[in-house]
Design a protein around this ligand. Sequence first.
Ligand SMILES: C[S@@+](CC[C@H](N)C(=O)[O-])C[C@H]1O[C@@H](n2cnc3c(N)ncnc32)[C@H](O)[C@@H]1O
Length: 198
Amino acid sequence: MRLNEARRDLYRRLAREQGYKSRAAFKLIEANERYGFIRLGDRVADFGAAPGGWLQVASFLVGEDGLVVGVDLDPIRLKEKNVVAIKMDVHDPAVAEKVSQALGGKADVVLSDLAPSVTGVWELDQTRQIDMTLRVLELSRTLLKGGGRVYCKLFEGERSQEVRGEFRRMFRSVRVIKPAASRNAASELYYLCEGPQV
Ligand SMILES: C[S@@+](CC[C@H](N)C(=O)[O-])C[C@H]1O[C@@H](n2cnc3c(N)ncnc32)[C@H](O)[C@@H]1O
């Protein structure tokens, strides 16, 4: 078995044993252990949230005084009391209003693990993922508090420069993270952006 597959299997097994909905949960746990961008009492918006691994992690981190709102095309079934799930397309013009209402105010943190159903044609998959990420940044302009944090996935390729430019225009600090739980071969990176939005 190749190392990447072994690693993926390990995270899948851990997710099952620890009751997480997805192995993606570890990509958030690992980054937050290092940078502590989700804190007790935070309000968090999570785009591309199904089946709910990140929601479970964020729910635990924000505690009972915090709130986590997840948006996905797919339904999300979670028991956590501080989680609200919205079944919606991120490109829907009503999504900002819906999330804002559910949050009851601005978000301290915006998360995005959005990924399209993969066609196998990398240029097409990448361009669709980039459009989703740009949409999350657009939503963040409305939803995120000044000084808030964004942690989001980005498919690397020709157009990623465009998104990185936008990160730098909007935030004071931009960090690139490759979580161990992310396959080495996968051309995905995570970005943690913090600080005042312009
Ligand atoms: C990698 S999965 C997210 C895994 C999640 N972070 C977890 O921990 O369980 C990517 C998600 O993006 C969602 N997605 C893709 N396009 C979307 C869109 N236009 N609007 C909302 N969600 C979308 C997919 O349905 C899928 O559930």
